[in-house]
Design a protein around this ligand. Sequence first.
Ligand code: GUN
Ligand code: ZN
Length: 428
Amino acid sequence: MTPVLHLGQTLAFPASPFEDGVSAADHHRHGAVLVADGKIAAVGPADALRAANPTLPVEDHGDALLMAGFIDAHAHYPQTAIIASWGKRLIDWLNCYTFPEELRFDDPQYAATVAERYLDLLVAQGTTSVCSYCTSHPVSADAIFAAAQARGMRLWAGKTCMDRNAPDGLCDTPRRAHDESASLLARWHGQDRLGYVITPRFSPTSSPAQLDALGALWAEYPDCLMQTHLSEQLDEIAWVRSLFPDARDYLDTYEAHGLLGENGLYGHAIHLEPRERDRLREVGAALIHCPTSNTFIGSGLFDMAGLTAMGLRIGLATDTGGGSSFSMLRSMAAAYEIAQLRGHALHPSELLWLATVGSARALKADDRIGNLEPGHEADFIALDLTSTPAIAQRAARAEDLWGAVFPTIMMGDDRAIAGVWLSGRRVK
Ligand code: GUN
Ligand code: ZN
């Protein structure tokens, strides 16, 4: 692939805006990104980069904002076709909509169809990486890995393990959960841009024996990520308490079975006890904020200000299809609204950082993706900051980048995604 110089506004984050405020961002009004061999080779002022590379082909994206592609740190691709299902809270929503749909993924053809559709939708929304749950059927994991591999997309996924409180067709056993996960891990982990994630759905649908089996698998492969759900709804927490009467709290149901660690991703994490927050911070675990899901299923208000102040790693996610959108712009907007309800205004730099660097850090991949940084894989997007008349008329009043980008965060959709590149190859 010949090197290319992409011109536009550029946005990178040499530091975290949660620690250093807006000075953490590096913005060039007339910037350039030099892409070579699928990697970012340089980022800087357009004039300087053009002068240093006078013979290179140039692609001019006008006033669009070139930045890292969005990273969705928690999603359920098998729920693509039941997104926006009406009227239920978590446990009824799982039983009425989710489990019947997930039962269909024993059919490899159906799994492949939905996997392709899902990745098409992600790319359209500017999401260049995702960490997804599958169903309990190993073929559902094969389908999403194969689809991502064919597109050259960086993706994490895992077979969702369950052995109780779900339909028979979705239940495995402790042994099958271990062995099927191990064989998928052997097949896919580290192939091209793919990573296997050990995936107990949540403690209500796994027996203690299954949690033990997956804890043992994680101990065999401690470099793998492990993902699960934690303290999403109050009814769920009461159910966990009745299923695990000896546990100190919800987190303890994972900790007691070897499922707490720094490579753990804990989705939702809304109603945490002080011990749980302290323990998550102590082990260096990552929390995944799923704001559109938290409002759509009526779960509660994530404590972004409190948890970031404690220094916890936090990623941002859609939680498709409990989340009501495939869009990380929409997820940023919902994160803003939830923080507002808690009396805290997240800055646009913090929202964009969460959707890129924050998620990459949660996934332990911030050395490779999530930022416009020399050496990083060239997964990036061109964001049109004037994609609709409503957004354009508001952005026209902006006094700086943050004023110009905030209307797109709050009101933008796939029309704002003017271009998407995976390892430097244009896919939208
Ligand atoms: N808890 C256990 N499974 C799920 C799921 O599929 N979606 C959400 N939002 N929460 C869960
Ligand atoms: Zn989820």
